[in-house]
Design a protein around this ligand. Structure first.
Ligand code: DOR
Length: 431
């Protein structure tokens, strides 16, 4: 069915790809951005929306979400996840492959892609496994998965321990033009731990995960990227040392991109106090110094992207004792509000840079369509209110899960309208 043209009138268009920050109209026709300009004429039959006071930007892209399907549909499905993404202002998400069975062959990749299309909300791009069954032993058929629609490979959650296998993965992924998304964790150092190793873990009597569990693998994989010329994408950076290592590697010309999560740029290990399982996440929340370094990394572009690591878990699972509860928290419906409140509101980022880290940066890192409102590009657009204040109420989430440490927080900034391929997939006023 042909999509009806949409004219967004009078919004503040923020598009870093064109260095644009101006009050302009945006016209979407036939699933593409048709024109940007002043006082544009509405084509016949167009839906005209006044968006005065709102920001209109290239659709937000989240490179790191867990949609749990197949295998864990009680936590999330591709449909509920894609809808939660749209409600959070995301026009596209990348689904991690640690499902059951894992996404490690072309048929599984095709399933995620097809279910994503069926959801008709945010676009869903599959990420395939690095190793068969995420076992860290044998490389998957990367080329076949890419042909089926995989945009990256990752053993997220079960990091690749074998350096030789990681080297091979970087070499093969490079052949097929995709990056390796890297959850950096030395299991030998993190085993048994459930939070950051430091004064808070000592006080709580919990076994800690030292920052070095991340830093050592970041260092290794930057060297392997340098050795192979492959593209590495460092996921959920949580320590000062990792930020420094990535900064140095970029200066040397290593092909590395990196992401930070809203929880790592907002919270510290103090959030775990009271044995709060909603704050149990891997990599763990770290010290204020680490959090500040993550903010500095986002500000200077060392960390190219903000990604949520949206990790839904069922209420009963998170109700267990701290040591037994699974790692992970949800993020799709709070990310934009946290980024505006914590980064723009506190002077870490301009709005232009925020859009870069949440749209253009992710598009560049994984070579995805979008990240721009240039005429001819896909009509993937996010419209948000940068000043709206709201209280986080997990009961209103479209996600199936509620595991967030941000319940009750007052945030500034919220998505109003999410448009994918010229079609409105989220309209807060008409929900
Ligand atoms: O906190 C996390 N949750 N970290 C991971 O690496 C995996 C994720 C999950 O799948 O729940």
């Amino acid at each position: 069915m042909a999509v009806r043209p949409i004219l967004l009138r009078g919004g503040r268009v923020v598009d870093p790809s064109q260095r644009l920050d101006e009050v302009l109209d945006v016209l979407l026709v036939g699933g593409e951005v048709a024109r940007i300009g002043r006082d544009l004429e509405a084509p016949e039959g167009a839906e005209v929306r006044r968006v005065d006071g709102l920001v209109v930007c290239p659709g937000l892209i989240d490179l790191h979400v867990h949609l749990r399907e197949p295998g864990f549909e009680h936590k999330e499905t591709i449909q509920t996840g894609a809808r939660a993404a749209a409600a959070g202002g995301f026009t596209a998400v990348c689904a991690m492959p640690n499902t059951d069975p894992p996404i490690d062959d072309p048929a599984a990749v095709g399933f995620v892609l097809a279910e994503g299309m069926r959801a008709g909300a945010a676009r869903v791009y599959p990420v395939g496994c690095v190793s068969v069954g995420q076992k860290g032993e044998r490389l998957t058929e990367i080329g076949e998965m890419v042909d089926a629609g995989a945009v990256a490979i990752s053993d997220d959650g079960q990091p690749v321990a074998d350096s030789g296998l990681m080297r091979l993965a970087l070499e093969y992924a490079q052949t097929f033009g995709i990056p390796v998304a890297d959850h950096c964790e030395d299991k030998g150092l993190s085993r048994g731990g459930s939070m950051h190793e430091g004064v808070v873990s000592a006080r709580l009597g919990l076994i800690g995960i030292p920052g070095a569990a991340e830093d050592t693998i970041v260092a290794r994989d930057l060297m392997l990227a340098e050795l192979t010329g492959g593209r590495i994408h460092i996921q959920h950076v949580s320590t000062r040392r990792s930020v420094e290592l990535i900064r140095e590697a970029k200066a040397r010309g290593v092909r590395v991109t990196a992401e930070a999560t809203p929880h790592h740029f907002t919270l510290t290990d103090e959030a775990v106090d009271g044995y709060r399982t909603e704050a149990k996440v891997n990599p763990p929340l770290r010290t204020a110094d680490d959090r500040d370094a993550v903010r500095e990394g986002i500000a200077d572009g060392t960390l190219d992207c903000i990604a949520t690591d949206h990790a839904p878990h069922h209420y009963d699972e998170k109700e267990q004792a701290f040591d037994d509860a699974p790692f992970g928290l949800i993020g799709l419906e709070t990310a934009l509000g946290l980024a505006i409140t914590e980064l723009v509101g506190k002077g870490v980022l301009t709005l232009m840079d925020l859009v870069d880290r949440m749209s253009c940066g992710p598009a560049r890192a994984f070579n995805l369509p979008g990240g721009t409102l240039r005429p001819g590009s896909p009509a993937d657009v996010t419209v948000f209110d940068p000043a709206e204040e709201w209280i986080v109420d997990p009961n209103t989430f479209l996600s199936k899960s509620r595991n967030t440490p941000f319940a009750g927080w007052k945030l500034t900034g919220r998505a109003v309208l999410t448009i994918v391929g010229g079609r409105v997939v989220w309209d807060r006023e008409r929900r």
